[in-house]
Design a protein around this ligand. Structure first.
Ligand code: HEC
Length: 267
């Protein structure tokens, strides 16, 4: 990671110049955003219980969230994990390092970093740097791998939907937990940015079920040696994962425990 840190930092220094050139554009965009936000100040973006101002709602459900809408993007569960895994490592864009003044460790930090123009993914610096083909500008910087297209599309969709901080209740379906349908997507969202063929934190490459050709442990080995469960549940002496991020949601933790307890099958 030390080597990676210095690469991150030096490449951010290089990036500073191109960031300055887009600065005035960003300032204008920021003012527009401010205007939009102040114009909408009195309209709640989310109605938590669908009961605006009702005084007699003393029944259940006042604090319940709306069910998740499959067409909406939810910052905390969909987007933040991607930033944690791809951008928040030490030396990069976490709250301690915030290279180039950019901190992607929370919703407030992201919005204050002025890299997102709500409603306009085409006019968002964040999208520019994760999609550029210029090796000197791309984020995450080499030797890290570019973000997968599905993740880039999701970030664009979130911005185009207004870059909101929506919350929802996705239930927690723990029936039919399998490696392919359940565990792999969790690892993809929360872990692979730091545990792939080029950055294999701690000697773990969690891209595949099997160990890789360089001897990095894969998903099966990490399940069987106890580190996968231990690191995400914060048990034993395992390092806490995702490193530098918050603990996985309870539902994801339960699914991982169920799968590991059933022998971590390749199903
Ligand atoms: C921001 C980068 C980052 C993310 C995201 C991340 N890891 Fe790690 N991980 C590391 C680094 C670096 C190490 C090795 C150093 C250490 O243990 O802190 C490591 C070590 C580990 C280890 C070995 C722990 C030990 O104590 O030996 C396991 C297992 C692991 N990670 C699993 C995961 C899982 C599962 C996720 C996703 C839920 C994840 N990591 C997300 C960077 C990360």
């Amino acid at each position: 990671m030390h080597e990676l840190n210095s690469i991150c930092v030096s490449s951010f220094v290089k990036n500073n110049r191109s960031m300055v050139s887009t600065y005035s554009k960003l300032t204008i965009a920021f003012l527009v955003v401010l205007l939009i936000f102040s114009a909408c100040k009195h309209e709640p973006l989310v109605t938590i219980n669908g009961n605006n101002g009702g005084g007699n709602g003393n029944g259940n459900g006042n604090n319940s969230l709306p069910p998740c809408d499959p067409d909406s993007v939810y910052f905390e569960q969909d987007i933040l994990p991607l930033f944690t895994s791809n951008c928040n490592m030490s030396g990069c864009h976490n709250s301690a390092s915030h290279a180039s003044g950019i901190d992607l460790s929370s919703y407030a930090a992201v919005m204050n970093s002025n890299v997102v123009t709500p409603g306009q993914s085409n006019n968002s610096n964040l999208v520019d740097v994760i999609t550029t083909s210029n090796p000197g500008d791309i984020m995450p910087p080499p030797p890290m791998t570019a973000m997968p297209t599905v993740q880039i599309q999701l970030i664009k969709k979130w911005i185009n939907q207004g870059a909101l901080d929506l919350h929802c209740d996705n239930g927690c379906d723990t029936t039919n937990v399998t490696y392919t349908a359940t565990i792999k997507p969790i690892l993809q969202n929360y872990c692979l940015g730091c545990h792939n063929a080029t950055s294999s934190g701690g000697g773990y490459n969690l891209t595949n079920y099997a160990d890789d050709v360089n001897g990095n442990l894969g998903v099966q080995s990490s399940a069987l040696n106890g580190s996968l469960s231990g690191s995400v549940h914060y048990t034993g002496t395992w390092s806490h994962m995702p490193k530098g991020g918050s603990q996985l949601p309870a539902c994801e933790l339960t699914k991982i425990r169920i799968w590991v307890d059933s022998g971590a099958p390749n199903n």
